[in-house]
Design a binder for this molecule. Structure first.
Ligand code: BGC
Length: 459
């Protein structure tokens, strides 16, 4: 967040309130990050408590992604039907249930059930966090506010590394997994005090409530914004879920699905989930690897802050182009580092530095901007469902990469694996350059209107 943004926040009551609302909703991101990150550490000790087949081990680690894909598949429609706020409350409850089940699991089947439940909550949260914030935020700071969710994802991942570290000596995996209950309770209680999305309210015929929310969250322009929302709602009155397959919506669907897949197949979670393993292979000891991983997690948070400061000024497209371009370059370097002999003792240091650079470029581009754009480019009538479809693709691709990374490195080598991610990034760069629209500073209704009028999104 830039100094100017902080000053703006302090000036206006509307902005201050909308920051509190967004920060509360961004706890969805914190839980998403924490619950995906915590398993790497906890798993080491779970293996000491239970005898498991490799298949069951795989399900425990990647079960959350499968659960998240399932959660995302229904979460979008639930958000459209029940409302954004109610789904956040449900997600918090499911998070609590999943963490509790894992923490007290007496046997492997219960543990697996807990992990799948937790995954469903992650799926809900990954849609409804950015969706809710983008609908309640004023256009001028929507990018920064919505990206708070991604900032909390990265913070949650980092926090999970620390919690793992804190409980590692005692091997207390139940405490590691149970720790997720705390933010879940805060989110459940906090969201009850927050208003519903004004756009969802309007769409459900609750105009007065929508106006009241806008009055609390805007310094001016409430009636104009309401008129715009009304116009959009009127246009869509004859359309429904089938809109998702309408030809005018296709460009936006292609952009969302493409970004969803590129966000994952460019390899971020090979690094986020496997950094200690990658670093140990360079000759680093266990503790050094974990410390270097904390460094990688920290740079992920820091660079997301940089993205937030820039996203409403330089725009979404430019951040994506610089970010994905940088990933292409750093992946080429990473492949080379692992390919060339002769780095000897410094291999670990060079690899850590390259991984940090790679994560930095992800964090200023594909990390936050993917979640932001998919909450902006879909029409109100199908926003939840479209985000759901795109998010399922994101979790599916995540599952694919996290399951195949160990197989890839042992079959084609670490260097080729990074070059493969680099090749995917290069295709991703062309995709972004040619197809991704700029949405900076525009109302969600103006973005929708362009889409309906068939204006090429990338113009
Ligand atoms: C991605 C996650 C990833 C995280 C890392 C998110 O935007 O969706 O898969 O683990 O960023 O910061």
């Amino acid at each position: 967040m830039s100094i100017a943004t902080i000053r703006n926040v302090m000036r206006g009551d509307g902005d201050r309130f909308v920051y509190v609302v967004s920060a509360m909703a961004a706890l969805n991101g914190l839980l998403f990050g924490f619950d995906t990150g915590i398993i790497s550490g906890a798993f080491l000790f779970i293996q000491d408590s239970f005898v498991m087949s490799p298949l069951v081990e795989g399900i425990i680690v990647s079960g959350a992604m499968a659960g998240a894909a399932a959660g995302a598949a229904v979460g979008g429609q639930l958000a459209d039907r029940l409302g954004r706020r109610r789904l956040i409350f449900i997600a918090a409850g499911v998070f609590f249930l999943g963490s509790f089940t894992m923490a007290v699991a007496p046997n492997v089947p219960v543990l697996v059930a807990g992990r799948l439940i937790d995954g469903v909550a992650i799926g809900f949260a990954s849609i409804v966090g950015p969706l809710y914030i983008s609908e309640i935020a004023p256009p001028r700071i929507r990018g920064a506010l919505t990206s708070l969710n991604q900032l909390m994802v990265t913070t949650g991942i980092l926090l999970s590394y620390f919690v793992n570290f804190a409980f590692a000596d005692a091997g207390a995996w139940r405490w590691m997994l149970g720790a997720g209950m705390v933010p879940a309770v805060v989110l459940a209680v906090g969201i009850l005090k927050m208003p519903e999305s004004p756009r969802w309210l309007f769409e459900h015929g609750r105009e007065d409530e929508a106006r009241a929310v806008l009055q609390r969250t805007r310094q001016s322009g409430v009636e104009t914004e309401l008129d715009e929302i009304e116009e959009t709602v009127e246009k869509q009155s004859d359309t429904g879920l089938s809109d998702l397959f309408a030809s005018w919506l296709r460009p936006a669907l292609v952009v969302g699905l493409g970004l969803a897949v590129f966000q994952q197949i460019t390899g971020i979670n090979a690094v986020i989930y496997y950094a200690p393993t990658i670093l140990e292979s360079t000759g680093f000891g266990g503790v050094t690897s974990i410390l270097a991983t904390v460094g990688i997690g920290t740079i992920n948070v820091v660079m997301t802050v940089v993205a937030i400061a820039l996203v409403d000024r330089v725009g979404r497209r430019r951040l994506l182009i610089v970010g994905v371009g940088g990933m292409v370059a750093t992946l080429a370097i990473l492949g080379t580092v692992f390919y060339l002999p002769g780095f000897g003792d410094v291999l670990g240091i060079v690899a850590t530095a390259s991984l940090m650079l790679f994560v930095s470029f992800f964090a200023i581009g594909l990390g936050p901007v993917f979640w932001l754009l998919i909450s902006e480019i879909y029409p109100l009538s199908v926003r939840g469902s479209a985000m759901g479809a795109v998010t399922v693709a994101n979790w599916g691709a995540n599952l694919l990469v996290s399951l195949t990374f160990p197989v890839l490195t042992s079959s084609i080598g670490t260097h080729w694996t990074f070059w493969l991610f680099g090749g995917c990034s290069l295709v991703g760069l062309v995709f972004v350059y040619r197809l991704v629209p700029e949405t900076k500073g525009r109302t969600l209704e103006a973005i929708e209107s362009d889409l309906r009028e068939n204006v090429s999104l990338a113009d």
